[in-house]
Design a protein around this ligand. Structure first.
Ligand code: CMP
Length: 301
């Protein structure tokens, strides 16, 4: 059963990368056009939170198209396939035949049906001849997936170098990598507070943090050491019900990013697996000892 899981995980990964090779097609455009498209995406409430490399991949894959004055670009209720950026001209947005607004160059539209997998929420009509840029759903989703896979691979590499994880199989690490969340902290921000109840395990993905400890509640905390990228902390409070034994403070002018895992996932995916491996190890050890005793008896006979 375990073997089958590993193989299916691998083929899913292979399938994903194959899909990406097929889907991503880049269209040449000038530097100014790229800047224009990038700024348009960054000005859109739903797109601005994407990562910069995702934004730039969308820009690269956008292709030009035109719509004549009076043509219907998007019909409310349709299944949408394209996200648009208007370069020249004016469009009208309407819902249930009621005009909501008009939009000019630099506006993104058609993003809702692609982002939320719903039908078109409004109709868009060209009020003049329009020059547009578009990206299709498949390419858009491939870009999102590629970024997700790059993140997953990065998380996996970090976990492979954690000493206490060295006995965990790659398919287990890969599952953990899927559920890790990224949390960012500003320089000087407290990540873990001494004496607090702990529910989270942390791996430093970016930046540097400082461990400090106060000997008593009347003493000022003193610096113990620094934690760098790839180092982890927080497991002690998850293994027992104990409180955090020290403070961890972000100590990097560019901030710190941690990969975090909650108590339940830590227990189910890491602690349980490590105890299972430990039991297996002691069982093998016991069998070896029995074998040794038998050999000894045979020798005596
Ligand atoms: P989508 O639902 O994919 O297709 C219709 C598009 O119209 C929608 O994405 C938005 O981009 C845009 N849209 C919907 N409602 C409004 C609104 N109230 N104002 C401006 N644009 C809108």
């Amino acid at each position: 059963r375990i073997k089958r899981t590993a193989i299916s995980a691998e083929s899913a990964q292979q399938k994903k990368s194959k899909d990406l090779r097929v889907a991503l097609q880049v269209f040449d455009k000038s530097y100014r056009t790229k800047e224009f498209l990038r700024d348009a995406l960054l000005n859109n409430d739903f797109m601005k939170n994407l990562e910069m490399n995702q934004i730039m991949s969308i820009v690269d894959c956008m292709y030009p198209l035109e719509h004549k004055d009076g043509s219907l670009i998007i019909k409310e209720g349709d299944v949408g396939n394209l996200v648009y950026i208007l370069e020249e001209g004016t469009v009208e947005v309407s819902k249930l035949n009621k005009v909501l607004t008009t939009m000019g160059p630099g506006r993104v539209f058609g993003e809702l049906a692609i982002l939320y997998n719903c039908t078109r929420t409004a109709s868009i009509k060209a009020l003049s001849n329009c020059k547009l840029w578009a990206v299709d759903r498949q390419t858009f989703q491939a870009i999102m997936m590629k970024a997700g896979m790059q993140k997953q691979a990065e998380h996996l590499e970090l976990m492979k170098n954690i000493k206490s994880f060295e006995k965990l199989r790659e398919d287990i690490l890969s599952k953990i990598a899927d559920v890790l969340d990224e949390v960012s902290y500003a320089d000087g921000e407290c990540i873990v507070r001494q004496g607090a109840k702990g529910d989270t395990f942390y791996i430093i993905a970016k930046g540097r943090a400082r461990i400090t400890e106060a000997k008593s509640k009347w003493d000022a905390p003193i610096n113990i050491r620094h934690l760098e990228r790839g180092e982890s902390f927080g497991e002690l409070a998850l293994q027992s019900e104990e409180t955090r034994p020290f403070n961890v403070i972000a100590d990097d002018p560019n901030g710190v990013t941690c990969l975090v895992l909650d108590r339940q996932n830590y227990r189910e995916m890491i602690a349980n697996e490590l105890s299972r491996l430990k039991r297996e190890e002691s069982f093998k050890c016991a069998r070896r000892n029995v074998g040794d005793e038998r050999d000894l008896k045979n020798l005596r006979l």
